[in-house]
Design a protein around this ligand. Structure first.
Ligand SMILES: Cc1cc2nc3c(=O)[nH]c(=O)nc-3n(C[C@H](O)[C@H](O)[C@H](O)COP(=O)(O)OP(=O)(O)OC[C@H]3O[C@@H](n4cnc5c(N)ncnc54)[C@H](O)[C@@H]3O)c2cc1C
Length: 474
């Protein structure tokens, strides 16, 4: 059982952190008490913003003394309400945003040590200045932080080639629930001392430790990339194309996203300065990216493959980016889908995965299953086909009050989607995590053996339940 902080504890925290690191100002805290999607609203007696690992450790020790809960937060761009405190007003918000130094970059070893609050986009730029690249990117890169990315084991659009955050994290520094500092930053390729704390902390959503820094693997900066926007008739055709490109281009294939026309139409409606890459709309699109040393060489490679696919009728139309600017424009459409969907009105968002070869089946079957139970419901899928990971959004029937419909039927509609995913051997959370949004459905649908293991790990490391209570597991 956790408690609200006493006035004495708040004073001790204020003394420890100084005016830059401690606030109770409601206006300053307001943006950080609602999640990015605006679904969850919390309250907190104070926001703590430490600037060093030692300060985080001191905060945790002080709070443990009074059994006060802490909610770690980075850029607050998470999609499952994981960084939002509950509404009780007793949990302290622990913002890592002031810990925003890149401590080191070893160019030869291609390893950087970045603090938890470093924003992904800034980290990309820092690596690029050294001739290196951090090969993980996502639509929220302007706010998402290294600590949040580690703690959600974030994915994004380059997982096909480079893996998720777990693959890219070579070491972690974190403060554990008893206040001790776990220094696991050494980027060891081999380390068989039993359970891997680094892997446990990746994806732990702030429930096992406060990540204060990470050692991250970098790759050489690409001299070039080539991006193609491909029109297709169906996800089945997209999968055939993906397999062909993968076989023909191997390591050069870095991204393969699929997008239905309805998503592109929403982006064109709501996001300024976007334009359709093709002359005629198609039912589906694939956004394909190759990365390598020579732009012309990459262009020749992809042109040859896509021309053959056009000739065989697999592909309906193709636009090849003619410049870096045009590549950016293509990606802007993909990255703006979440924002455009949000502007379209309330919807249920599902971030799910199934084995790659079953993805077209899921995309085809799910809307029909949902409409069978909820006539008029609309479902659309977009995302990372190559990873078997689709963002599956369900919109209420057009002629209803969307918010009221979701309040009445949303949970049942989501349960249908998740049951379908599990039937196909998939996961109810591919990359966004569990947070508070999926906690109950995880407890309901996950295997008893897995749930018992998760609960045992949580109880073992955080016996007082002080780190991010109410998230991930109960
Ligand atoms: C437009 C848009 C597109 C996105 N696309 C993708 C995508 O393609 N793939 C993807 O994986 N995600 C995506 N996301 C989700 C989001 O960007 C990621 O989940 C990101 O990792 C969150 O980082 P953050 O710093 O904002 O974390 P927050 O939202 O602040 O926190 C997320 C979780 O991590 C915990 N946490 C944060 N910092 C720490 C820390 N230092 N120590 C311990 N726990 C911590 C929080 O308690 C919370 O549980 C997208 C978001 C947006 C807005």
């Amino acid at each position: 059982m956790t408690s609200p902080p006493s006035p004495a504890l708040l004073q001790a925290l204020a003394d420890l952190l100084g005016p830059k690191g401690f606030t109770t100002d409601a206006e300053i805290m307001a943006p950080w008490l609602t999640d990015w999607r605006g679904k969850y609203h919390g309250a907190a007696p104070a926001m703590l913003s430490p600037s060093t690992t030692e300060e985080v450790s001191a905060i945790v020790r002080l709070c443990a003394g009074e059994r006060v809960a802490l909610v770690p937060q980075g850029g607050n761009s998470g999609m499952v309400g994981g960084a939002t405190p509950d509404a009780s007003g007793s949990q302290l918000l622990l913002s890592l945003r002031r810990m925003n130094r890149v401590r080191s970059i070893d160019r030869d070893a291609r390893i950087a040590v970045a603090e938890a609050g470093v924003i992904l986009e800034n980290f990309h730029n820092t690596a690029l200045a050294e001739g290196l690249r951090f090969p993980l990117t996502l639509g929220g890169k302007g706010s998402a932080t290294i600590g949040g990315l580690v703690s959600t084991n974030a994915g994004g659009t380059q997982v096909l080639r480079h893996g998720t955050m777990r693959t890219l994290v070579a070491g972690v520094e974190a403060v554990l629930p008893d206040g001790s500092i776990f220094d696991g930053l050494a980027p060891l390729k081999k380390d068989n001392r039993g359970y891997d704390l680094r892997h446990l902390l990746c994806g732990a959503e702030g429930t096992l430790g406060v990540v204060t820094a990470a050692s991250l693997r970098l790759v050489p900066a690409n001299a070039a990339r080539q991006t193609a926007w491909v029109g297709l008739a169906s996800p089945d055709d997209a999968l055939v194309l993906l397999r062909r490109l993968d076989a023909a281009l191997g390591g050069a294939l870095e991204g393969f996203e699929i997008i239905p026309h309805s998503c592109v139409a929403a982006v064109l409606r709501h996001i300024p300065q976007t334009r359709h890459p093709l002359a005629e709309p198609q039912a589906w699109y694939a956004l394909v990216e190759l990365a390598g040393d020579d732009r012309d060489e990459l262009g020749a490679l992809i042109e040859a493959e896509l021309s053959a696919a056009l000739d065989s009728g697999l592909v309906r139309d193709v636009a090849l980016a003619q410049s870096e600017r045009e590549s950016e424009d293509f990606w802007r459409i993909r990255d703006a889908i979440s924002e455009a969907e949000r502007a379209e009105g309330p919807a249920l968002q599902h971030d799910v995965s199934v084995p790659v070869e079953l993805m077209p089946r899921f995309i085809a079957e799910s809307p029909a299953r949902l409409a069978g139970v909820f006539p008029g419901i609309r479902a659309l899928s977009f995302g990372h086909l190559g990873d078997g990971n689709i963002h599956h959004h369900v919109q209420p029937p057009a002629d209803t009050d969307g918010a009221a419909w979701l309040a009445a039927h949303g949970a049942a509609a989501s349960r249908l989607v998740y049951a379908h995913v599990i039937e196909l051997g998939g996961s109810i959370s591919a990359e966004h995590g569990i947070g508070q949004m999926k906690r109950d459905i995880l407890a309901e649908l996950d295997s008893p053996a897995r749930l018992a293991a998760l609960r045992a790990i949580k109880a073992g490391l955080d016996p007082l339940g002080l780190f991010n209570p109410g998230k991930l597991i109960d």
